[in-house]
Design a protein around this ligand. Structure first.
Ligand SMILES: O=C(O)CCC(=O)C(=O)O
Ligand SMILES: [Fe+2]
Length: 383
């Protein structure tokens, strides 16, 4: 299937929001967003970043059938590699079907997440994230200093997760990260572990396709992920009475290597197309949404770019999504691959340490800093 860019006005749709019923207002109040009849200003986006209630559905958004991976048909695989390369270059995002992840694993994480988030705040806060315990439940995340209309639960796929204790380059201490599991839902542990293993398998296959699409050997990236530092996030976006002012997740790029997202059938993910338009990714049953993270951008020396995205909220329906963030080992130095640079196309980035990069990002989760959090652009070599 081809990635096409069609004219935005052709795909414009009205989502026809109705007034939020009182009952839903109450459920949204669990996040305590409404003070004195007004939405807490912490959630309100600057006017230029507010979502549009009428949106463009990205009809040209690439949908890639991975079935050739399960056959031994060389020319079909070649076609697939081309499709992946084109999608990475033109969108930085694509959906995959026939990916080999058993549907039951996805259904299980979906149903367990629903059970988890419907518990009282008091129960969920028993497994809440703190500065020391950085995994678990969290409902006050901010993206670019505006609060997100969501609650999340974070899990590392391989335990213990290892990250530097601080962003300070001279501090060699490594922190071990352990998952926190809720007592009221003991099966969540196995569900997430199983799902995580499936995601790792899929991510490795996708990396083989990405490597081939860059003219590299299929296994070129594998060694970076030997001690991978990947995690799963369960996202719950409650109904929001003012979806025109707030976002479930504010605009951002993913800092890791590759993200694989499962979204439910409500929809809300928007991707910034290369022409600058925000387009909505239409939910496709049992498809996964894949996006290039900042690390692929650096490895490929900007051939594939990490793209901004955000999640809209809905006045009537709650929404769930489950991103899997595939990240290399903390000790990995990220820099443009030598095979992809030469005199005409010199490296555009200085090498940086992945663990220190995440440690710096984590610190800004807990302290309101006046500076922008660390970005790959800070390592860009000026022309
Ligand atoms: O929920 C979504 O659709 C997007 C979530 C996302 O981008 C993230 O958690 O990084
Ligand atoms: Fe994201």
């Amino acid at each position: 299937m081809q990635a096409q860019t069609s004219h935005p006005s052709k795909n414009r749709k009205n989502s026809n929001y109705k007034k939020a019923p009182h009952r839903l207002l109450q459920s949204a109040q669990k996040l305590k967003p409404i003070t004195m009849g007004k939405v807490d200003p912490a959630f309100i986006q600057e006017p230029e970043h507010r979502p549009r209630i009428s949106y463009i559905e990205g009809e040209g958004f690439p949908l890639i059938d991975l079935s050739p991976l399960h056959s031994n048909n060389g020319s079909a695989i070649e076609g697939l590699v081309k499709e992946v390369g084109k999608a990475c270059k033109e969108w930085g995002f694509f959906q995959v079907i026939n990916h080999g992840v058993p549907l039951e694993k996805r259904q299980k994480i979906d149903s367990d997440s629903r059970k988890f988030f419907e518990q009282s705040l008091e129960e969920k806060r028993k497994v809440r994230r703190t500065e020391k315990l950085v995994l678990g439940y969290y409902d006050t995340e901010h993206t670019k200093n505006v609060r997100d209309w969501k609650e999340v639960f974070d899990i590392v796929v391989e335990e213990p997760g290892l990250i530097p204790a601080s962003p300070d380059p001279d501090d060699k201490e490594i922190t071990e990260l352990y998952n926190q599991w809720p007592e009221f839902l003991p099966e969540l542990r196995e569900t997430c572990q199983d799902y995580g293993q499936e995601m790792v398998k899929l991510a490795r296959k996708l990396f083989e396709l990405i490597a081939l699409s860059l003219g590299l050997p299929a296994d070129r990236f594998h060694s970076f992920f030997k001690d991978h530092n990947s995690y799963i996030r369960l996202n719950h976006y409650p109904p929001c009475p003012t979806p025109e002012l707030a976002l479930g997740v504010g605009r951002h790029k993913d800092g890791g290597a590759l993200t694989i997202l499962a979204q439910d059938d409500v929809g809300g993910l928007e991707v910034k197309r290369k022409d600058g338009e925000w387009v909505r990714v239409k939910p496709t049953p049992d498809a996964y949404i894949v996006n290039v993270g900042d690390i692929i951008q650096v490895w490929s020396n900007d051939k594939y770019e990490s793209v901004e995205h955000r999640a809209m909220v809905n006045p009537e329906k709650e929404r769930f999504s489950f991103p899997f963030f595939f990240n290399p080992a903390h000790y990995t130095m990220i820099k443009p691959l030598e095979e992809l640079t030469n005199e005409q196309n010199p490296a555009k980035y200085r090498a940086y340490n992945w663990g220190k990069f995440t440690a710096s990002r984590r610190r800004s989760n807990f302290q309101k800093l006046n500076v922008e959090n660390l970005q790959i652009s800070h390592f860009r070599i000026s022309d």
